[in-house]
Design a protein around this ligand. Structure first.
Ligand code: FAD
Length: 390
């Protein structure tokens, strides 16, 4: 509890249980000890710190809501949200790794997999012994995954999978990939592709200015021969991958606010200490305006996220409500990062402080898992009944 000092302007902690607070404190403590000291260097060098995978698993960050019988944490969605918040307070790339593993790899295997697939993969994914990635986006189909070209043909007890996925988080080091492709009837299916299968490779995407401490890559699928037992039996149609995205987007709504909190904390501390014109810059009205708006926006987002968590625990959160929270959190966090960077003046662009790194990371977070525009159209369609996508 003592470890946790975060903006809590509306006593939102009173809405949390002891377990929620404990989970939050343990992840935060770990991030402070293990991530904060190394993360700037990782980003500067654009390397993913792979030594953190087992510890992340041990901490329970992989699949916290998956039942304990499959190695998950059996926790509720508010605990999951708080974990993502604390991981992203450290870095969006670290949170992305956990989001992909839990929501985009373990969740589909848990929700749509056979009992054999669940037993075979979930416990080892929970510990980080196995890592996974999620292949939906293709070079020509991002916001519109229904158009995907990846497909498979049947060959006895096997399938032959062809296609290309890009912008896939964790791909370069993943042991398995949950790949979405069309079956001979043109239905979208989920397939577990394993590293080592002939024709499957994962070249790394270089030159990113965002999420530099997260490994991103392509999935090249060239006539990959895969046993039919690797197809997720319960997933037919685009609804299946979209339900995975709902789970991940929920975590992102909390995560992005973690990054915003770190920017706010940093800017507030700096504004109290930095002296110009003979007094702390925090005493100037223009700086106070920035800080006051930041805490107001963080508080609003915290309440939105908490309420969404309550709804999700009751299995009542709609995908449209999740879209709203994801969109709101990303916009809030990017605005706060930009304002915080200005409060630090030149120091704001330095890796000595986390703000510029968060700001650049958030440019990915606002784009992946449904772009800012797409989430707006989802809300628009929900409230008007008109589809403005196409
Ligand atoms: P496009 O779909 O081409 O969109 C370009 C622009 O057009 C956007 O501004 C978009 O909002 C806008 N636009 C599109 N359609 C409309 C419309 N109907 N109306 C108005 N505007 C529209 N994908 C995965 O499958 N797995 C991953 O693990 C993964 N990780 C990622 C990691 C990173 C670092 C990044 C950057 C992306 C990742 N993605 C991943 C891909 C991500 O989900 C896509 O980039 C995203 O869905 C957008 O697709 P696109 O980039 O093809 O943009």
């Amino acid at each position: 509890q003592d470890l946790f000092q975060s903006p809590d302007y509306y006593a939102i902690d009173e809405l949390l249980t002891d377990e929620h607070r404990l989970v939050r404190a343990s992840v935060r403590d770990w991030v402070k000890k293990e991530i904060s000291p190394i993360i700037d260097d990782c980003c500067q060098r654009a390397v993913f710190p792979s030594h953190i995978l087992r510890p992340l698993g041990a901490l329970g960050c992989f699949g916290p809501t998956i039942p304990a019988e499959y190695g998950g944490g059996g926790m509720d969605y508010i605990s999951y949200g708080l974990m993502m918040q604390e991981l992203e307070r450290g870095d969006s790339g670290i949170r992305s790794t956990a989001s992909v593993q839990g929501s985009l790899v373990m969740y589909p295997i848990f929700a749509f997999g056979s009992e054999e697939q669940k037993q075979r993969f979930l416990p080892r994914l929970a510990t980080g012994e196995l890592m996974g990635c999620f292949g939906l986006t293709e070079p020509d189909f991002g916001s519109n995954p229904a158009g995907m070209l990846s497909y498979y043909e049947e060959a006895g007890d096997y399938i032959l999978l062809n296609g290309a996925k890009m912008w896939i988080s964790n791909a370069p080091f993943a042991d398995i990939a949950v790949v979405w492709a069309k079956d001979p009837e043109n239905k979208v299916r989920g397939i577990i592709v394993e590293r080592g299968m002939e024709g499957f490779s994962t070249p790394e995407t270089k030159g990113k200015w965002s999420l530099r401490a997260s490994a991103t890559g392509e999935l090249v699928l060239d006539n990959v021969r895969i046993p039919k037992t690797n197809i997720l039996p319960g997933a037919r149609g685009l609804k299946a991958p979209l339900s995975c995205l709902s789970s991940a987007r929920y975590g992102i709504a909390w995560g992005a606010i973690g990054a915003a909190m770190d920017c706010y904390d940093t800017a507030l501390r700096y504004a109290k200490e930095r002296v110009q014109f003979g007094r702390p810059i925090g005493g100037f009205q223009l700086i106070q305006k920035k800080l006051a708006e930041m805490i107001t926006d963080i508080t609003k987002a915290q309440l939105l996220n908490w309420r969404l968590g309550v709804l999700r625990n009751a299995d009542k959160a709609t995908p449209e409500q999740i879209s709203m929270a994801k969109r709101n959190a990303c916009e809030t966090a990017i605005r706060i990062a930009r304002e915080a960077r200005q409060i630090l003046g030149a120091m704001g662009i330095s890796g000595e402080y986390p703000i510029m790194r968060h700001m650049m990371n958030l440019e990915s977070v606002i784009t992946y898992e449904g772009t800012h525009e797409v989430h707006l159209l989802i809300t628009g369609m929900d409230i008007t009944g008109f589809n403005a996508f196409s």
